[in-house]
Ligand binder design. Structure first.
Ligand code: GAL
Length: 690
C-alpha cells in the first residue's frame, strides 16, 4: 500500500502513556514460571511497551500450515492484563528450517556467489517471490489472530532489514535489479547514457544483458554500482511494503514500523527514503565500547534518527543495558552510563526507551549480551539501574511530544555517502562522514544542537547550514542550499561537494559545478594528500586529506592570493580568508567567503586540524549568531526540547566525573526540586525551565 492512501493509522503515541519503556521480549525461550515472574519484574521496573515474537516463526508454525499460538496467546493476554502494550513482530526475520529445506532458493547470495545458509538468522533474500509468499502468509495469520487484541499497539515488521546482509547477488535478485532498472530508465539507451557505457565497451543492447556488479577484473561501472546500492535499499523496502500491505488490509487502524539501524556504521539503506513508509521511526543503537567518545557517536546517531523522523518524536527500539556480545572485547557500561545513554536519546527526540532484551538468554549466541534482567537476577547493578531508569522516565513524562530545538543544519544524504565513496576516486581517504562528524562533534561539545536535513528538505529557520562532502547533488538540492544563503543563513560548503549530478556525471566547467556560482570560486585540479600527510595554512593551522587548486572566480591562475576578487556573474566578491602556504599551492585559497543575499557562502578546501575546526566553528557561530543551549562547564551535553505551547525542558547530561555547573533556572524533574545549578558527577538533570 502506498503512503498516499488516505487511511493512515492513528499515531502509536495514542496508545502509549508518558515515555514508553521496555524492550524485546522473547518469552518463548523460558518456562511458564519464569514468564509469570517476568510480569512481576516488569511492574517493578515500570515497563510499558515490549516488542514480541521477532524470532518466533519456527515455534509459531512448526511445520508448514500447522500453528501453535498457545504460548503467544498467553503472553499477549498476560501483558494486556498488566497494562503493557506490544509491538508485535511479523516473525519473519528468521525463516524456519522446513521452509529453507523446501525452498533453498530463498537463501541470500553474496558477490562471490556464496550462498548464506541457515542456522543463524536473516537467511533470505528480499526479492525472493517464494519468501515473500511465505512471509506475507505468516504475517496475515498473525494479523488476523491478534487484530483486536488489546495489547497490540504497533506492528514490528521483520527486524533490522539489511542487518548482516544488505546486498543480494542471486539470480532472482539480478532479475529484480533488471526490472528495477527498466522502471527507472524506461529504455536501454537511457540507461546507457546514464551509466556512460561508451566507456570500456560497456554498452548494453537490452536489459537482459545486465548483471549485478559482482566481481570483475577491475573497477566496475560507477553508475551500475550506484544503482545497485539504490536497488538494494529499495528491494529491502519493497519487501517491507509487501508485509505492510497485508497489515494495512487486515489492521488498518494499527500503525507499523520496522527498527532501523541509523548510526555512523550503517551506510546501505537510504533511511530518508524509507521513512516515507514508516508510521513512526524506530531505531536501534549500540555503542562501540572501545570508543572513548561513544557518547558523541550516540548523539550523532540520535540526531540523524531525528532527521530521518523529520524532527518528530521517535522510538529507541533497542539499545543495551550493558555489554553486547558481538564486539571483539565486550566491556560493560560504566555505572550510570545506561541512564545517561537513555536520557541522551530522549534529549535528542526519543519518546520511548527500549532495550535488546528483557531477560538475558541462558542459551544461544546472545547469552553474553546484557539485558534488563541479567543472569544474576534482581541482586545486580544492572537491575537496580533498570528500575531507576523506569522511575526516571516516569518523572520526566511531560517532555513527551516536545520537539528538539536546533538552529544548525548539517545536510545529510545517503546517496552522496554511497557516491562519494565509490572506487577510482581522487583519494580513498575522503570518507563521507569524517568532516561532517568533526563539525557535529565540535557543536556537541559546545552544547549546540544540530539537525540532519536531507538536501531536498526545507532549510528554512536554520541560521547555519553545513554542507560536507556532498559529492553528488541534484540541481534542485543545489538550488535549495543556495536559497538558504540568500535567505540569510551562513552556508559552509566543503571540498568534494557538488562535483557530480545524481547520475555520477561530472558537472563540467570547473569544480564544484553545483556550487561554483554560490561560492564565487572554481577549482581547477585536486591535490589529495598522501596517507597521513598535512598541508600548512596561512592561519597557522594545517589541513589533512585534501588540498586543491582553488581560484576565486574572475581571477586568473596565481592571482587569487589574499585579494578579494569580484565573483563571476556580479554580486559580492568572494574573499580569501586563508590560503595554502606550501608548494605547489602556495598562496592558493583554502577558505573563502562570499556575501550572498542576506547570508553568506563559505568554501573550505581542506580538512582542518582540530584547532582549525574550532576556529572555523567560532567564526561560523559568530557570523550566524548561533549559541549554546546554556552556559555550562565542559563535559556537559545540552539540548532543549520545547512543547507546542511553549514549555521548555533542558537536558543536561554530565559526562565528566566531577560535579558540573549549568546556568539554567527551573524545576529539576528527576528530583522534583528547584534546580540547584549543579549536575552531579556522571549524572543527568532535566530542567523544566521557568
Ligand atoms: C540487533 C538485533 C537484536 C539483537 C541485538 C544485539 O541487531 O536486532 O535482535 O541481536 O542486535 O545487540
Amino acid at each position: 500500500m502506498s503512503p498516499q492512501e488516505p487511511s493512515a493509522p492513528p499515531a502509536v503515541w495514542n496508545s502509549l502513556e508518558g515515555l514508553a519503556y521496555g524492550g524485546d521480549y522473547n518469552p518463548e525461550q523460558w518456562p511458564a514460571d519464569t514468564r509469570m515472574e517476568d510480569l512481576e519484574l516488569m511492574k517493578e521496573a515500570g515497563v510499558t511497551f515490549l516488542s514480541v515474537g521477532i524470532f518466533s516463526w519456527a515455534l509459531l508454525e512448526p511445520s508448514e500450515g500447522e500453528y501453535d499460538f498457545a504460548w503467544l496467546d498467553e503472553v499477549m493476554d498476560n501483558l494486556a492484563g498488566a497494562g503493557i502494550k506490544v509491538a508485535l513482530a511479523t516473525a519473519t526475520a528468521a525463516p524456519p528450517a522446513w521452509l529453507v529445506r523446501k525452498h533453498p532458493e530463498i537463501l541470500p547470495v553474496t558477490a562471490d556467489g556464496t550462498v548464506l545458509g541457515p542456522g543463524s538468522r536473516r537467511h533470505y533474500t528480499p526479492s525472493s517471490a517464494v519468501y515473500r509468499r511465505y512471509a506475507t502468509g505468516i504475517t496475515r495469520v498473525l494479523a488476523e489472530r491478534y487484530k483486536d487484541h488489546p495489547a497490540l499497539a504497533l506492528w514490528h515488521v521483520d527486524n533490522e532489514l539489511g542487518c548482516h546482509v544488505s546486498e543480494f547477488y542471486g539470480d532472482e535478485d539480478a532479475a529484480a535489479f533488471r526490472r528495477w532498472l527498466e522502471g527507472r530508465y524506461g529504455t536501454i539507451e537511457a540507461l546507457n547514457a546514464s551509466w556512460g557505457t561508451a566507456f570500456w565497451s560497456q554498452h548494453y543492447a537490452s536489459f537482459e544483458e545486465i548483471l549485478p556488479p559482482a566481481v570483475a577484473p577491475s573497477t566496475l561501472n560507477p553508475g551500475q554500482q550506484l544503482d545497485f546500492q539504490r536497488f538494494n535499499s529499495w528491494a529491502l523496502m519493497d519487501y517491507y511494503r509487501s508485509l505492510l500491505g497485508v497489515l494495512r488490509e487486515v489492521t488498518p487502524g494499527v500503525p507499523a514500523t520496522t527498527n532501523l539501524m541509523v548510526s555512523s556504521a550503517t551506510k546501505s539503506m537510504d533511511y530518508f527514503d524509507w521513512a516515507k513508509d514508516l508510521d513512526v521511526i524506530a531505531n536501534d543503537h549500540y555503542l562501540v565500547a572501545a570508543d572513548p567518545e561513544r557518547h558523541i557517536e550516540l548523539a550523532f546517531s540520535a540526531d540523524l534518527t531525528r532527521g530521518v523522523a523529520g524532527g518528530d518524536p521517535w522510538i529507541l527500539m533497542e539499545h543495551s543495558t550493558s555489554a553486547v556480545n558481538w564486539q571483539p572485547r565486550n566491556q560493560p557500561k560504566m555505572p550510570g552510563e545506561m541512564l545517561r545513554n537513555s536520557l541522551a536519546h530522549v534529549a535528542r527526540g526519543a519518546d520511548a526507551v527500549m532495550f535488546f532484551q528483557w531477560r538475558q538468554s541462558f542459551a544461544g549466541s546472545e547469552k553474553f549480551h546484557s539485558a534488563m534482567v541479567p543472569h544474576g537476577g534482581r541482586e545486580t547493578r544492572v537491575w537496580r539501574e533498570v528500575v531507576e531508569l523506569g522511575a526516571s522516565l516516569q518523572r520526566i513524562g511531560q517532555v513527551r511530544g516536545s520537539l528538539v530545538e536546533a538552529r544548525v543544519a548539517i545536510v545529510f544524504d545517503y546517496e552522496a555517502w554511497w557516491a562519494s565513496e565509490l572506487d577510482s576516486h581522487p583519494s580513498e581517504d575522503v570518507k563521507y562522514l569524517d568532516l561532517l562528524r568533526a563539525f557535529h562533534r565540535s557543536l556537541f561539545l559546545r552544547g549546540i544542537s544540530t539537525d540532519f536535513v536531507h538536501p531536498s528538505a526545507s532549510l528554512e529557520g536554520y541560521d547555519l547550514v553545513l554542507v560536507c562532502t556532498l559529492y553528488s547533488v541534484t540541481d534542485a538540492a543545489a538550488a535549495n542550499i543556495a536559497s538558504a544563503a540568500q535567505a540569510g543563513a551562513t552556508v559552509l560548503v566543503s571540498y568534494f561537494s557538488g562535483i557530480v549530478d545524481e547520475q555520477d556525471h561530472i558537472r563540467l566547467g570547473g569544480y564544484p559545478g553545483a556550487f561554483r556560482d554560490l561560492l564565487g570560486i572554481s577549482v581547477e585540479e585536486f591535490h589529495p594528500l598522501l596517507a597521513g600527510g598535512t598541508v600548512k595554512l596561512s592561519d597557522g593551522g594545517a589541513g589533512s586529506v585534501w588540498s586543491e587548486h582553488v581560484h576565486v572566480s574572475g581571477a586568473a591562475v596565481g592571482e587569487a592570493s589574499g585579494a578579494a576578487v569580484e565573483a563571476s556573474g556580479g554580486g559580492a566578491s568572494a574573499e580569501v580568508l586563508a590560503t595554502f602556504t606550501e608548494y605547489p599551492l602556495d598562496g592558493v585559497p583554502a577558505l573563502t567567503r562570499r556575501s550572498v543575499g542576506a547570508g553568506s557562502a563559505l568554501y573550505l578546501a581542506t580538512f582542518p586540524d582540530r584547532n582549525g575546526i574550532e576556529a572555523l566553528v567560532d567564526r561560523l557561530l559568530a557570523e550566524s549568531g548561533v549559541s549554546a543551549v546554556a552556559v555550562a562547564d565542559p563535559g556537559v551535553e545540552l539540548t532543549r526540547r520545547r512543547t507546542a505551547d511553549g514549555a521548555s525542558f533542558v537536558f543536561a547530561i554530565n559526562h565528566s566525573r566531577a560535579d558540573a555547573t549549568v546556568r539554567v533556572a527551573g524545576r529539576e524533574l528527576l528530583t522534583g526540586k528547584p534546580f540547584t545549578g549543579t549536575v552531579p558527577a556522571s549524572g543527568v538533570a532535566v530542567i523544566a525551565e521557568d
